[in-house]
Design a protein around this ligand. Sequence first.
Ligand SMILES: Cc1ncc(COP(=O)(O)O)c(C=O)c1O
Length: 310
Amino acid sequence: MATPYAYFKKQIIPLADAKIGVMTHAFNYGTAVFEGIRGNWNDEEGQVYVFRLKEHFDRLRKSCRIMKIDFPYENEELYSITTQIVEMSGYREDVYIRPLAYKSSEVLGVRLHDLEDDLLIFVAPFGPYLDIEKGARCCTSSWRRVADTGIPARAKITGIYANSALAKTEANLNGYDEAIMLDERGHISEGSGENIFLVQDGKIITPPPSSDILVGITRDTVMTLAREELGIEVVERDIDRTELYTADECFMTGTAAHVTPVVELDHRPIGDGKMGPVAARLVKLYFDIITGKNPKYAHWCTPCYSKVKA
Ligand SMILES: Cc1ncc(COP(=O)(O)O)c(C=O)c1O
């Protein structure tokens, strides 16, 4: 039986014992930054491969700079804590790893300065998020993506997820799988937890970071694979809402959602309303890579179980 462990107050302890006080600043004011990292189960090897650990901790470090959170950890130390808690937890399935750097002082007062900071990391089992084979039915959200002039979307700040939650719940309660948000200028920004891509006339197009997106690591993975493995040009530019209606294909990317086709938007089928050929090739490549089955991309995968032979 698997028992989840966590890194909490500089120690590895059972997740059940990792508790914060009700006055914790981050809990009251949303002053924490986090990452969502997947550990992918490889059944043949009996191994969990954590995907793009370096890039996730690099982004966490940047989020900390924006939110003035002290982050005095070396990468090697972070990798070692992460793989240890996965190994100690003993899951034989896909897992989600959540590092969270937060304002830990138990005081009242909205600010970022003159507060203590801490880091916690926990692991939990995590299966599929959206139905990749069926694809996602989406709506354009009535909620706009938070702008860099309000709360910077490039930082993965807990407080920002109120914006994502408003959009996701509106979409789900209206019968859709996912919301697609526009930025304040009215261009396509992103899903509640995914970046967006469209395929048009043989090119892949995705919004730039200036469209108030979280600059996704799966986004980078897919852009790299499209260019280097499929030889498809990838363009970052502003995208209008109606360009998605007439796209040949559309798909979303994210650690939780992997690569999920968008098969319908605002009651209009995209392409022929099924997973398109470009998305299908990317999905196949991507799943082989994240489960450690493609040696060319082994540098993106960190094994956690030390007793398993490579
Ligand atoms: C708002 C938002 N956009 C995009 C993404 C995709 O980012 P990544 O591929 O790094 O998981 C996520 C998920 O982390 C997200 O929460």
